[in-house]
Write a protein that binds this ligand. Structure first.
Ligand SMILES: Cc1ncc(COP(=O)(O)O)c(C=O)c1O
Ligand SMILES: [Zn+2]
Length: 402
């Protein structure tokens, strides 16, 4: 049992209403469960496979879900990088191991299931890439059409390839992500398409399971959870989920929620540093980490609260720091992630060096998307393969010279 509640004025709405923001005050909505009616025991969860649907009692879907087997992603101990940074308990939850290669699949299995549950027949989103790839795949699985709006020229190749191949109607706009989202919202409200950006509170319900899994895999609540922040949905979702576990008595404290942004696209960091009640949008955000190239994060209100309530923080990292950590993760840990994902670990390095993160902390970084999402940025950083004649002498000579 649940309803939709405004995070600002507390107004509540029936769960079957198609509504994305509060009619009274325009603020964000959240799914609010009647926690007294949730009687599941943790033991029951522990006996199910690690996945989004392990936690189904805390999800809004009542029909058989549209699923591609999302979640159950690995939690890696970053031994080498942790040693270098001086943080022995550093972990990465590799969300790139989801069906379409990013954490968005957790949101889409729930979001597209909700679209069907609510009787909607077409879904839409604006995207920096991963949302469109995921929506396209889940719409394909559900057998319904999807429309996706992308900022022209600013989406990594692998993500566009996925959206196209899974059969979405892919539209590139001559504008940035923030404008694409405004247009998608207008389209959905005026023409009845179902909006599956992270302003949709049901999508965040799926994403909150990252935190549930991290706790289950670590066997305890991490001291700190670190996420890259773009539209600020994921950090909000993980905080909301863990707050529910706390209210249910399944855990006894919350991790310090910590958000990392790219230096050229850092409205949340500035709001936290300056103690502002809300973010000041950036007009022209810019970063190599195109997934988080967002100047007006729609979930900022929830994210600021999550960071402040848990004693967390927000930090920015340069594109150089992001790329250096992308290479370190790949070469020292065997973990292939896209640039935005490396931002979380790069931020941890910076915060540890600055003494903000204590070296005894157990820190879980969420690395959000797979290396293959953005092959162009990878290739640009690496030496080209050495081409030789097809004989052993040439092979040996090139090996000796390197
Ligand atoms: C790989 C990756 N990391 C991080 C983010 C940021 O997540 P959020 O927009 O929920 O803050 C995104 C969003 O597109 C993403 O694709
Ligand atoms: Zn309201």
């Amino acid at each position: 049992m649940y309803r939709l509640t405004c995070v600002n004025c507390g107004e509540s709405y029936r769960p079957d209403e198609i509504i994305y923001t509060c009619r009274s005050c325009g603020h964000l909505l959240a799914v609010e469960y009647d926690l007294d009616s949730i009687t599941v025991q943790r033991e029951v969860w522990n006996h199910r496979p690690l996945s989004v649907w392990r936690y189904r009692e805390l999800l809004p879907v009542t029909i058989p879900p549209v699923t591609l087997h999302e979640g159950g992603t690995p939690l890696y101990h970053l031994e080498r990088i942790g040693k270098e940074i001086g943080l022995p308990h550093l972990y990465a939850k590799h969300e790139g191991m989801n069906p379409t290669g990013s954490f968005k699949d957790r949101g889409m299995t729930v979001g597209v299931s909700m679209a069907l549950q609510l009787g909607k027949t077409t879904v839409a989103c604006a995207s920096t890439g991963n949302t469109s790839a995921s929506l396209a795949a889940y719409a394909a699985k559900a057998g319904i059409p999807a429309v996706v709006l992308l900022p022209a020229g600013k989406v990594a190749l692998g993500k566009v390839a996925q959206a196209l191949m899974h059969g979405a109607k892919v539209i590139s706009i001559r504008g940035n992500f923030d404008r694409a989202l405004e247009m998608t919202q207008e389209l959905c409200l005026s023409h009845g398409l179902y909006l599956l950006n992270s302003i949709n509170p049901f999508r965040l319900e799926g994403q909150k399971t990252i935190g549930f899994e991290a706790v289950d895999q670590l066997g305890e609540v991490p001291d700190r959870l670190v996420l890259p922040v773009g539209n600020a949905g994921n950090i909000s979702a993980v905080h909301k989920g863990l707050s529910e576990l706390l209210a249910l008595g399944f855990i006894d404290r919350l991790p310090m929620m910590t958000g990392i942004q790219a230096a050229g696209s850092s409205p949340v960091v500035r709001a936290i540093r300056q103690g502002l009640p809300e973010v000041v949008p950036e007009r022209s955000p810019e970063t190599i980490a195109t997934a988080i190239r967002i100047g007006a994060p729609v979930n900022a209100e929830k994210a600021l609260a999550a960071i402040r309530k848990t004693g967390g923080t927000a930090e920015m990292v340069t594109d150089e720091e992001i790329l250096a950590m992308q290479r370190d993760l790949a070469r020292k840990e065997g973990i292939g992630v896209e640039p935005a994902s490396a931002a979380s670990v790069a931020g941890v390095r910076k915060l540890t060096e600055a003494g903000v993160i204590d070296r005894t902390e157990r820190v879980v970084c969420v690395v959000t998307g797979h290396l293959l999402k953005d092959p162009e940025t990878v290739i640009r950083q690496c030496e080209a393969p050495t081409e030789i004649d097809a004989d052993l002498r040439s092979l040996l000579s090139v090996l000796q010279s390197s």
